[in-house]
Design a protein. Structure first.
Ligand SMILES: C[S@@+](CC[C@H](N)C(=O)[O-])C[C@H]1O[C@@H](n2cnc3c(N)ncnc32)[C@H](O)[C@@H]1O
Length: 230
């Protein structure tokens, strides 16, 4: 990125709220809508739910390691925002146990139907599907210990509005965790607009009362960027 483009991006992201911008010249996998200098990706449709549940995902992304890092505790309330087919929802449900709760949020009713069918089959009662809106996660205020987005944030058509709702939903000291494919690494085999750099994530979170506490960089393809509500 050129120096001028970098300065323009910094200025755009310093505004509160940062403005959205539409460009005609853009990545074919993107929406043409830009936020803080980043192009927003197209939403992955429910037709691709099978890709989310592919068996080789364990080897490629090491979700078990991710869940060790998260250290979710029994009894907690976790929001799995952009839950998709529930790949991470079941692991979170196991960690919080029956005294806790997982709110599985998605904007596609078809994804929530997959989650409900699996929850019924597994007889899991502490997972609640929530149909969100593109600009509202529909979360209760002040009740969430952890809001996690795995491969989701870069798809939000309204990242500012979504993050405002998510931060409001956190308890004091609650965590927001973004798991994104590393844009810094050319070897990660994911389309460019579906990746995010750590620097970009931190820049976009700076508008909110969040403190960056840690970035875990030891998963094969993704970084795990952890924030705490101030
Ligand atoms: C690539 S999938 C990832 C699903 C899941 N987190 C996983 O890792 O298997 C992204 C999901 O985010 C959802 N999504 C996109 N924008 C959203 C929004 N504003 N609110 C909630 N979910 C959203 C999509 O519908 C899709 O199911």
């Amino acid at each position: 990125m050129g120096r001028l483009a970098f300065c323009v991006m910094l200025v755009a992201c310093a505004a509160d709220p940062p403005p959205y911008e539409t460009r005609t010249d853009h990545d074919p996998n993107g929406t043409g809508k830009f936020y803080c200098g980043r192009e927003i990706a197209l939403v992955m449709g429910h037709e691709a739910a099978g890709w989310l549940d592919r068996p080789e995902r364990e080897e490629e992304e090491r979700p078990s390691k991710l869940h060790d890092l998260l250290a979710v505790k029994a009894g907690q309330t976790v929001a799995d925002v952009g839950a998709g087919s529930g790949y991470h929802t079941w692991r979170l449900a196991k960690a919080v146990g029956p005294t806790g709760k997982v709110l599985a949020i998605d904007i596609q009713p078809e994804m929530l139907a997959i989650i409900k069918e699996k929850a019924d089959r597994k007889k899991i009662k502490h997972v609640e599907g929530v149909l969100g809106k593109i600009d509202d996660p529909k979360l209760p205020a002040g009740q969430v210990d952890l809001a996690i987005m795995v491969d989701v944030y870069h798809e939000f058509s309204h990242p500012y509005e979504m993050m405002s709702g998510i931060v409001k939903a956190l308890k004091p000291g609650g965590r927001v965790v973004l798991v994104e494919y590393r844009a810094e690494d050319d070897k990660v085999p994911i389309k460019e607009v579906h990746k995010m750099s750590e620097r970009q994530v931190i820049r976009e979170m700076a508008t909110f009362p969040l403190k960056h506490v840690k970035t875990h960089a030891d998963l094969p393809w993704q970084h795990v960027i952890v924030f705490e509500k101030k």
